[in-house]
Structures are given as C-alpha cells and as structure tokens.
Design a binder for this molecule. Sequence first.
Ligand code: G6P
Length: 425
Amino acid sequence: NARIAVIGAGSGYMPGVIRGLLHRADDLAGADLAFYDLDAGHLDVMTRLARNMFAARGADFTVTAHTDLTAALDGADFVFTTFRPGGLAGRHLDESIPLKYGVVGQETVGPGGFLMACRSVPVLLNIARVLEKVAPKAWILNYTNPTNVVTDAVLRNTDARVISLCDQWVGDTETWADLLGLPQAGLEIDWIGTNHGTWAERVRLDGEDVDIAPLLERLEPHGAATPHRDPSRMAELGRALGLLVNSYSKYYFFHDEVVRELTAKGTTRAQDILAMLPAYYEQVAGQADEKDPDPSGERGGGEHGEFAVDVICAIARDEQRRFIVNTPNRGSISSLEDDAIVEVPAIIGRQGAVPLVMGELPRQVRGLTQSIHEYERLAADAAVTGDRRLALRALMAHPFVRGKRTAEKILEEGLAAHRGDLPQF
Ligand code: G6P
C-alpha cells in the first residue's frame, strides 16, 4: 500500500487534489494519505472534506492529519509538496516590489520568483533532509514554486529523488489546440525549455506529424485572457516566432506592456486571491461534514490534482507513461548543460523520469532560454547559501532586469521585506 504525504494539505488547491486522488482511486486502493499543514484549521477542514468525499465515492483511502512534519513524512513512498512559504502575503510582496522598479512582478518568473525561491528552498531542503532519515526512497512530486529552482537546489544538495511538476502545459496545449483548430484528443506537443519558458516546434495528432507553419500563418487570435494565459498574445508570439509558446512567454516578449498593465490594475494577483479566499474556505468548510461534499470553483482546476496523481500512479505502477515534467536534462536538450533542470517530455515509471531526446532549442528562443537557465542556477545557489553577492548576480542575469541598480534595489527591499522567512540570509 502506498503512503502518500501531502505537504500543504490545507491549501485551497486541495479539493482538486482530492478529486485527482478519486480519479485513480482503484489504482491506489489501500493508500495511506498523510496530510500536513502549518495551518491546523485549514488542515482540519480539508481532512474532513477528503474523508467524506472518499467515503461517498467508495474510495479505499485512510487519511491522517499532521502538524508534525516528521510524523507526516515517516515511511512515505510519495511526498506531494504544494505549499507557498510566506503565504499569499509573501506572494503580494513578490508581485509588488519588482513593479516599483519597472520590472514585472510575478510569483514564479523574474525577481518575484527569485524572492519566492529564497523562501521555498530552505523548506524543501528541510523536507529532503527529514526524508533522508525517515523515508530515504520516497519520491518528491513538487508543485512548490519556482519549481525548477527548487528542484535544482534539492537535487544538488541532498540525496532526495524529485520530479517537479507544473500543469501549465496542460492548459497551454488546450489553448493551442483551439488556436490552431486542432482537436484536443490525440494532440501531443513536444514542449521543451525551462519551466514557464517552454516552446514547441513539433506537434503530433494521433501520432502523425502536423506541419504547424501554415497553421501559424493563418492564426486568428481568439479566446479570453485569464490571469496567467492570454491566447491573443500567445497567437501573436506564435506567428512571430514560428513556434508554439508557453503562456508565460508574454512576460518576456511583452515585458513593458505587462508592467504598465499590472501597474494600472492596482491590485496584485495575491490580493485578488486573498479577497476571494474567505468565501471559498467558508464554502468548503460548510460542506466538509456533508455525506457527499461537492465543492465548486476549486483553485487550480481539475488538471492540477489529476496530473500529480497520474505521475504518482505512473511511478507506483511502472506505467512508462509520457508526461511533460521538470527533471535533469541528461542530453534531452542539447543547447543546455546536462544537469540543467529542464521541462521536457519524459517517460515516467518505477525508475522516475527519463527525459526524451529533443535536440536543439529553436534559435530564436535559444539565447533567452539559456539566460533563464543561468539565472535559475545562480538563484538556486543564492537561495541555498544566502550569499548576497550570488543573489545580486542571479538578478543581474535575469532577462527582465536591465541594470545593476535595479537589481540592487529589488534585492535590498525584497530581502528586508521577507526577512522573517529567510533564515539563510
Ligand atoms: C499557474 C502556474 C503555477 C502557479 C499558478 C498560480 O498554474 O503554472 O506555477 O502557481 O498558476 O495560480 P493562482 O490562481 O494562484 O494565481
């Protein structure tokens, strides 16, 4: 029986994770789920919700709730990490501080992502070190952002086994199917690059290569923008670059426009979420003790939980299934060093993730992707060591940051604002 620890189980994303577990309930029958969170109140709500949702649908899972990390991790086969250190208050700082200096403020990319890395990395390193003692064979399936930087730090500093996940490619694939006029079923896209900086030149439909060049030429941008995905900008970039782009590419190629929009908007994404969360938790809490709870409007959506649970099943059952994940390069992308953490198609089974050979990055995004990688590596080292000189170098290496003075100001203000969450600095 698999033991799965969920770290951050009080998160608003949990209803989606619970549904993800339900969708593979037969394959994971008998599993022990150890829920852990710092927030005992939210943890209690999600634990009761999970027990009742599982019972109503006949899922054979045992759920225990923990506020002690070692107890939660003890004997785990899989550790699913889905927390935000510093919470949404911390995210608000990440999103607002860079913006004051004319730089995109975002929780995963750019200086905001760097500040988040500085909070996430110590927590993940601690989890990895506890696992070395209580569950050395466990697989960490990590959603905690910035997912590449966190993975790089953990893999180069501990013996933990980590596969980092990001479900952005699932929605991006749907958006591209829609933009190109292709069916979603049977569509396979070779997304390659680094997390939130992926591109694709190769697309297959039911196993047959699709020539995307004429489709990109005929693109009719359509589809409403959401906070993290703007189909018309994706279409515009797709046409210009001659390839499919990740939705986060807008931050690189429309940087100044996005800065103006974020500034004019007046609230950060963190503030917008904070404003809706009380009603959301109230709704979930109100249903937690019902016989067949069915919370609506869950954070993250269905693909979030299903993807993570499918990856767990692929390892547990040695399914040798293809997913896009973040893993050491090992020759998959020849334009990046071998131990770079890359987001690429990989085959997942008992051995973990084996990246498929993808070749060179397209020349028009090669330099950019290499810059992002070099930034990420410096960021990982700075987040592990707390070395301020490395931190400055990381920010100066980032494509968003155009000068030393800007890097210094963001760093100084960011590290001061987060000092309670940055033991290493
Ligand atoms: C996307 C990104 C994730 C990010 C999330 C934030 O899914 O791929 O990396 O964590 O958006 O969503 P939120 O609703 O919190 O803004």
